[in-house]
Design a protein around this ligand. Structure first.
Ligand code: GLU
Length: 606
């Protein structure tokens, strides 16, 4: 996965290209490159490293050009080297291509092209594209016809864009399974992997669908079907995000900014249209079996939903990691497959949904990005309305998704008469308090969590323990720790400990235990048993709980005491604590918080 940005305009576009690709850097940041058309032909610059550094070192902004493409890479084929950095050119230097995704039959194509005399400079799958374009351009004398012929040969998933010296005022692009869209301004047109590539310049977007290609010039654009060649009149989508929402707003990192935005994003979910949530609850009710799916953090959201639906609607809905979905699930017309995804582009989850569709199951998704592949694919979509999440680590999107799932569970519970109207309303009122409670936790507890994180940042191994709904919270919190602080953290149900893991416990293994409010009697007691088990073996326990100080005297090695809240609200609060703890551990360890290693925002490859 990667970012593609392209601009064609009347004046010099290098600044717009820079801003576009910088705004997409969260999608990948191994290396960066541009191809610009200027008076003398194509100028290519590329190097490993981040966008800002690349533009500065290579003096890209000093090149005057009205047509350009840029790429920020997240390597899938070939190491992170300058030679493997996009754009790639044809042998004659007339075509420059950037690509997102994987060309799965590239070896075959490459062998064939090499036999025909084409010389390759990289280890990437992408490089076959400029050579194919060159080959077919020789035959057809038309860049467009060369593109169509090339598309017919490519297998796999891709979004691509290219410049061609034979036609210097246009940019060509095409898409299959990787996101791509156009930005339509007056006398300026854009191509981007997502809206962030051009939102500073225009709010008019045209979303390219699978099997389509487009050609843009300063004044016009055209979208066509790659098989039939027919022109397609596409609707213009009006974006309602503004670029200010995407900026850091005074916070040192997007991660912290986005954690602090949670009172707002949770409120946004509370404002979602009730009829839409009811519709989804009804779909679940009507289906013989429903499956939840997601991957990474969204898999944990799906797991959280599993507990919430069991509790509030007495409905057991299995959650499956979407990368395993196709191997595991057998679904048919009377099933519903409901996915969770921030970007709406995650390859594994998209694959699971396509599999569900092909099996004639109904599909639904909770996603954050309007116009994304999933939003358009499924029978029913809920847009969670969290606004752009720029940090690669997901925080505000996760809490919103948990909230959406909880609201649907409540409505299903009411529909099934598992919940009486009164209980339903009490739960809703409790959730209505959540934004205010999160706000006060952020205001009053951040400093304390910062100090604790600082104190224990040297710890190499953590166990994150929780039972019931707190088990997915423990899993998600442990994942945060791994991905942003690079510290080993393992989420585990408290009940598991005595089935083997206790053997590990001594003074060197540190545990965090997410404890429910006392009101949740059974779960509370069971969780405290886990704490006792660890303490009995000299293990360290950081207890996060809602009791007043002194109630659990001597039980914890360290404790974080939260204000009393209702059982439905408590796991959300624990999640926020987990986020802050990871964030402050990461900053203490001087990690690259917004762009941690080996992770990209929307994993659009399998
Ligand atoms: N497969 C291509 C590569 O490894 C593109 C990866 C990407 O999407 O960034 O260069």
């Amino acid at each position: 996965m990667c970012g593609i940005s392209a601009v064609v305009g009347m004046k010099n576009i290098s600044q717009a290209l820079f801003e576009g690709i910088r705004n997409l850097e969260y999608r990948g940041y191994d290396s960066c490159g541009v191809a610009l058309m200027n008076g003398r032909g194509l100028v290519i610059k590329k190097n490993i490293g981040g966008v800002e550094e690349f533009f500065r070192k290579e003096h890209v902004l000093e090149i005057s050009s009205q047509v350009g493409i840029a790429h920020t890479r997240w390597a899938t084929h070939g190491k992170v080297t300058r030679n493997n950095t996009h754009p790639f050119t044809s042998c004659d230097g007339k075509f420059a291509v950037v690509h997102n995704g994987i060309i799965s039959n590239y070896r075959l194509l490459r062998n064939q092209l090499q036999k025909e005399g084409h010389v390759f400079e990289s280890e990437t799958d992408t490089e076959v594209i400029p050579h194919l374009l060159e080959k077919f351009h020789k035959e057809t004398k038309s860049p467009e016809a060369a593109l169509v012929k090339t598309l017919h040969l490519l297998e796999g998933s891709f979004a691509l864009a290219f410049l061609c010296a034979h036609d210097p005022e246009q940019i060509y692009c095409a898409k299959r399974e990787s996101p791509l869209m156009l930005g339509i301004g007056d006398e300026i047109k854009f191509i981007g992997s997502d809206f962030n590539a051009f939102i500073d310049y225009t709010k008019n977007a045209v979303i390219i669908d699978d099997g389509e290609y487009a050609v843009i010039s300063r004044a016009t654009y055209v979208v066509k079907n790659a098989i039939t060649g027919e022109e397609i009149v596409k609707p213009i989508t009006q974006l309602d995000w503004d670029s200010e929402t995407s900026k850091k707003g005074g916070y040192p990192h997007y991660m912290l900014k986005e954690i602090y935005e949670q009172p707002q994003t949770v409120s946004n979910v509370l404002d979602l249209e009730e009829a839409s949530l009811d519709e989804l609850a009804e779909m679940i009710h009507e289906s013989r079996h429903t499956h939840f799916t997601g991957v990474g953090s969204t898999y944990y959201v799906a797991n959280f939903a599993k507990y919430v639906f069991a509790w509030l609607a007495r409905e057991f809905i299995p959650a499956t990691s979407s990368d395993e979905f196709v191997s595991l699930a057998s679904v048919g017309p009377d099933n519903l497959v409901m996915a969770v995804s921030q970007s709406g582009e995650t390859y594994d989850t998209l694959t699971a949904l396509k599999f569900a569709k092909a099996s004639k199951a109904k599909t639904a998704a909770v996603v954050n990005v309007m116009g994304s592949s999933m939003a358009r694919l499924v029978d029913k979509v809920i847009l969670q309305g969290s606004g752009p999440e720029i940090c690669v680590i997901s925080t505000k999107a996760v809490i919103s998704q948990m909230m959406v799932m909880t609201l649907i569970a409540l409505r299903l519970g009411l529909r099934k008469k598992v919940l009486k109207k009164k209980a339903f309303e009490r739960h809703l009122a409790d959730l209505g308090e959540l934004p205010g409670i999160i706000q006060s936790i952020l205001n009053e507890r951040s400093g304390f969590i910062h100090r604790i994180a600082h104190r224990y940042a040297h710890i190499k191994h953590w166990l994150y323990l929780g039972r019931g709904m707190y088990y997915p919270v423990a899993l998600e919190s442990a994942l945060k720790m791994k991905e942003v602080a690079y510290v080993h953290a393992e989420g585990m149900p408290g009940g598991f400990l005595k089935h083997g893991t206790l053997a590990l416990i001594d003074e060197n293994i540190y545990s965090i235990v997410f404890i429910p409010p006392r009101e949740d009697q059974e779960l509370y007691q069971a969780t405290l048993h886990s704490v006792e088990e660890v303490r009995a073996r000299s293990g360290f326990v950081l207890g996060i709980h809602f009791d007043e100080r002194g109630k659990n005297k001597d039980l914890f090695s360290e404790e974080l005491i939260l204000p009393a809240v209702s059982p439905l609200v408590a796991p959300f609060i624990q999640l926020v604590i987990g986020q802050l703890f990871s964030y402050f551990t990461a900053t203490t360890l001087k990690r690259n918080v917004d762009k941690p290693r080996s992770l990209a925002k929307s994993v659009t490859v399998g």
